[in-house]
Ligand binder design. Structure first.
Ligand code: GLA
Length: 411
């Protein structure tokens, strides 16, 4: 992936247009002031699923130990400083029944100290805690759900525990219940007075597209939302997500902005399904899609190469760009090379030259004109993965206005 910055600032007319766009976006966004850039952190689901067998597998089961361990890794291995702050519990954390007062309670064997103690610990390490609920009779894994009548009580419970993010899933609920419950939870979370980032799975349960999904409304009530199916530990799964997001980018791209993000699901880098180049590709694609960077991998045993990809500073800086404009696929070549572009602040752009070919590394040549860059200026180009940078002047050498780049993401 490359970042190209144009020397010189925006022309004044552009600056004005941008300011207007920002004001409009603000008026429409959820006003809890959170997630001004895509949330970053760790989420248990893809890697650890609903493994509750702590007797046979104490290291990997969904228990407080797993979250204490991951909090330590986030705090001690350089993640927190890079912005990976959220440590998020997913399904299967609770007891199979609510308590006598109708309150959700964690499984007493697996979370003996309770969620409040875990939250306190996470906070003491400079991190934030996320939790999972489901707007329905049951969670997807069969644990007690948050039916519409329980929304306020559960919001209060999460706030009392000191939770900082809620993922609200949508299994076992009807279209009508979702239409009532998701906005109701937004209000209930705000009413607690605790800042809680709100992640909604609602659109994923309604096909992810208008007219069933109203992205204007979503931006008003949710900080992020799952649009599409679950990621699995495979390259096919990553590609199917990228294909769906690209096919529908005209709808999805304008929906994202500071405080409200599309969520193509977790980063699976560090697990078993992706090669090194595929891992780099997922990181670049999620970055340019302005996606939340929620890793789901075992940070206790992660390989140095996966860690290096996830800890790439320039990549994270691009993902966290303050303008918060989601990128788009701008070129789709017949020979299986695609180009993605994300506009960044300070007149910079992030570009991905993405080869989906399966034969061999491929030399891709393109032009500034094709990528819609004016050729009357000097560019500073930086390769995000190698770190090398160079100046590019389209008129030098004369007659050769071609930007020749070697595809980075060949498999
Ligand atoms: C759904 C969600 C996943 C995960 C599981 C938990 O499938 O989309 O991300 O939360 O439920 O059961």
């Amino acid at each position: 992936m490359r970042r190209a910055a144009r020397a010189g600032g925006l022309p004044p007319a552009w600056g004005l247009a941008l300011a207007w766009a920002l004001i409009l976006a603000r008026a429409q966004a959820l006003e809890n002031g959170l997630a001004r850039t895509p949330p970053m952190g760790w989420l248990a689901w893809e890697r650890f699923r609903c493994n509750i067998d702590c007797e046979a597998d104490p290291q990997n089961c969904i228990s407080e130990k797993l979250f204490f361990d991951m909090a330590d890794r986030l705090a001690e291995d350089g993640w927190r400083e890079l912005g990976y702050k959220y440590i998020n519990i997913d399904d299967c954390w609770s007891a199979k029944q609510r308590d006598g007062a109708g309150q959700l309670v964690p499984d007493p064997k697996r979370f003996p100290r309770g969620i409040k103690a875990l939250a306190d610990y996470v906070h003491s390490r400079g991190l934030k805690l996320g939790i999972y609920g489901d707007l329905g009779t049951l969670t997807c894994g069969g644990y007690p759900g948050t039916t519409v009548d329980c929304v306020e009580q559960d919001a209060q419970t999460f706030a009392q525990w000191g939770v900082d993010m809620l993922k609200l899933d949508g299994c076992y609920s009807s279209e009508e219940e979702q239409a009532e419950g998701y906005p109701k939870m937004a209000k209930a979370l705000n009413a607690t007075g605790r800042p809680i980032v709100y992640s909604c799975s609602w659109p994923a349960y309604q096909g992810g597209l208008p007219p069933k999904v109203n992205y204007t409304l979503l931006a008003e009530i949710c900080n992020l939302w799952r649009n599409y199916g679950d990621i699995e530990d495979s390259w096919d799964s990553v590609l199917s997500i990228v294909d769906w997001f690209s096919a529908h980018q005209d709808v999805l791209q304008p929906a994202a902005g500071p405080g409200h993000w599309n969520d193509p699901d977790m980063l699976i880098i560090g697990n078993f399904g992706l090669s090194y180049e595929q891992s780099r590709s997922q990181m670049a694609l999620w970055t340019v899609m302005a996606a939340p960077l929620l890793m789901s991998t075992d940070l206790r045993t992660i390989s140095p190469s996966a860690k290096e990809i996830l800890q790439n500073r320039l990549m994270i800086q691009i993902n966290q760009d303050p303008l918060g404009i989601q990128g788009r696929r701008i070129v789709k070549e017949k020979f299986h090379v695609e180009v993605f572009l994300r506009p960044l602040s300070q007149a910079a752009s992030a570009l991905i030259f993405f080869s989906r070919r399966t034969d061999m590394p491929f030399r891709y040549t393109t032009s500034l004109a094709k990528l819609n860059f004016p050729d009357n200026t000097v560019y500073e180009v930086q390769d995000v993965y190698s770190g090398s940078s160079w100046r590019y002047h389209p008129h030098l050498p004369p007659g050769k206005c071609m930007l020749s780049v070697h595809g980075l993401d060949e498999q």
